[in-house]
Design a protein around this ligand. Structure first.
Ligand SMILES: Cc1cc2nc3c(=O)[nH]c(=O)nc-3n(C[C@H](O)[C@H](O)[C@H](O)COP(=O)(O)OP(=O)(O)OC[C@H]3O[C@@H](n4cnc5c(N)ncnc54)[C@H](O)[C@@H]3O)c2cc1C
Length: 479
């Protein structure tokens, strides 16, 4: 069976499903093909983000946070809890329900926007058909075989977890993000290789639930992409919580026994070490998903990492073929994928789609949360840019005191001459929400004085942002 569309989107993760909806809103006929399959063999729309990424990790972070609060912090509020117990099966079940709500939500949005969905693996069948059709043929291998045609293709096939050489994922003892989010019991001893965003979030979940967690990181610095001062604060907070973080580590042989995994590694001084754990989570980066696309058949160009080569506007080496999200260069973030998806749909419609890479926010949903936008102090120094710094600790914020969560600070960096905000770095309660104001400010090229002059509700955590802006001019009111 052959079907003709204006646009075919391959992948229904945040990049793909948002691109499909935006293209449909702009009046195009759109097909979206995705191969993700749920436990019942049906489709599970939303990609990595919805099924084994952003959404399930945040559901478990929330549950584990409640558990830790009840066990360790309710008492400060005069609330005593006795007989506190943990039902990991129920917790994971709740996470699955949250995932399903999101899967169903996207299916509903496809119906509402008249996006035709095909469940199966999409691959390029051959190059452009001869004129006048001049369309790509996309083969869908699923429950039913289909061939779809369109002049415009958006590839949004995402990424998969990178395995450690010699230690493939079995999702029982050596886990990727997938197995990590499905563990049915709390492992007594847990090791993580990689202290990136995903590793830290997963480590936090299982530490809160009672695991002894050791993190082995190859890099000599902790959270290298984060502003140095904020990274130091984070390191202090995580170590205080009980995470064992080893930096400058070289991982050697990983051996799987019947009930445990042993990891040989050397520390930053080169001394040989060995760690025995019940489960090992490997979180050492992600690989773009291009296998199975049959891109070679049409000459789709990949870079050395296997990512699809695109220009600044997400155009690939082929006319009419675009690529967005984790499968291309740039940060592997759901909202970056979404923005690119919208921009591409708008470009196909002849509009001026736009993504501002300078104002993409980053968030690490640990406790304390870490969020930032724009440049770090070291980046500004390296660029020789003159800047002023203002920071304000949550310790001096009334709302944070009332919440009982005063870790961290807001730190603002502004141009030394024009006062334009160049970066904001937050560690502390609800940093993920607080950063939005700073993104808006930077998008509008606001100055620190602009934020300092804006009325912020009292008592609110956002007052710390205003105070950090005041601090740039050395005139905090509450410190
Ligand atoms: C544990 C974890 C937590 C994360 N937390 C966050 C977070 O809090 N915030 C954030 O911004 N990002 C987070 N991320 C990253 C985020 O999930 C990704 O950046 C995002 O999902 C990328 O979107 P995408 O659309 O490019 O690809 P994906 O979400 O990977 O979707 C790609 C889809 O394409 C399908 N597909 C692939 N090949 C084919 C094919 N040939 N035919 C048909 N279908 C195909 C896949 O099955 C998948 O459904 C997290 C990731 C992980 C692993």
């Amino acid at each position: 069976m052959s079907k003709q569309f204006d646009v075919i989107v391959i992948g229904a993760g945040p990049g793909g499903y948002i691109a499909a909806i935006r293209a449909a809103q702009l009046g195009m006929s759109v097909a979206c093909v995705d191969e993700w399959t749920n436990s019942k063999g049906g489709p599970a729309l939303g990609g990595t983000c919805t099924n084994v990424g952003c959404i399930p990790s945040k559901a478990l972070l929330q549950s584990s946070e409640h558990y830790e609060q009840a066990g360790q912090h309710f008492a400060e509020h005069g609330i005593s809890v006795s007989g506190l117990s943990l039902d990991v099966g129920k917790m994971v079940g709740r996470k699955d329900t949250v995932v399903k709500q999101n899967n169903d939500g996207i299916a509903y949005l496809f119906k509402k926007n008249k996006v035709s969905f095909f469940h199966g693996r999409a691959s390029f069948a051959k190059a452009l058909d001869p004129a006048p059709a001049a369309a790509y043929a996309i083969k869908v291998a699923g429950a039913a075989e289909e061939t779809l045609h369109a002049k415009q293709i958006i590839v949004a096939t995402g990424s998969s977890a990178r395995a450690l050489p010699g230690a493939p994922f079995d999702e029982e003892m050596i886990l990727s993000n997938d197995g990590t989010l499905r563990m049915g019991a709390v492992p007594k001893r847990l090791a993580l290789i990689g202290s990136g965003v995903i590793g830290l979030e997963m480590g936090s979940v299982w530490r809160r639930l009672g695991s002894e967690v050791i993190i082995l990181e190859a890099l000599p610095t902790f959270l290298g992409a984060v502003d140095e001062q904020i990274a130091k604060e984070a390191h202090k907070a995580f170590v205080k919580q009980g995470l064992k973080i080893k930096l400058g580590v070289k991982v050697g042989e990983v051996k799987k026994g019947k009930k445990s995994v042993s990891i040989a590694w050397s520390n930053s001084k080169g001394e040989a070490q060995s760690t025995e754990v019940d489960k090992l989570i490997v979180s050492i980066g992600r690989v773009p998903n291009t296998q199975g696309l049959n891109g070679d058949a049409v000459g789709l160009q990949l870079d050395q990492r296997g990512a699809i080569v695109v220009d600044d506007e997400c155009r690939t080496s082929l006319p009419g073929v675009w690529a967005v999200g984790d499968v291309v260069r740039g940060p592997m973030l759901a909202h970056k994928a979404e923005e690119e998806g919208v921009a591409v749909a708008e470009r196909i419609a002849g509009q001026h789609g736009h993504v501002n890479f300078n104002t993409i926010p980053w968030v690490i949903y640990t406790s304390p949360e870490i969020a930032w936008v724009g440049q770090t102090e070291s980046q500004l120094k390296a660029a020789g840019r003159g800047y002023r710094v203002g920071s304000f600790p949550f310790l001096a914020n009334g709302r944070a005191r009332a919440l009982g969560d005063t870790t961290g600070m807001v730190k603002m960096l502004a141009d030394a001459v024009t006062d334009e905000i160049l970066g904001v770095h937050i560690i502390g309660p609800m940093a993920s929400e607080l950063i939005a104001e700073c993104v808006v400010a930077m998008e509008f090229r606001a100055s620190s004085e602009d934020i300092a002059r804006i009325c912020h509700a009292h008592p609110s955590l956002s007052e710390a942002t205003k105070e950090a802006a005041l601090a740039v001019d050395k005139r905090t009111l509450n410190l």
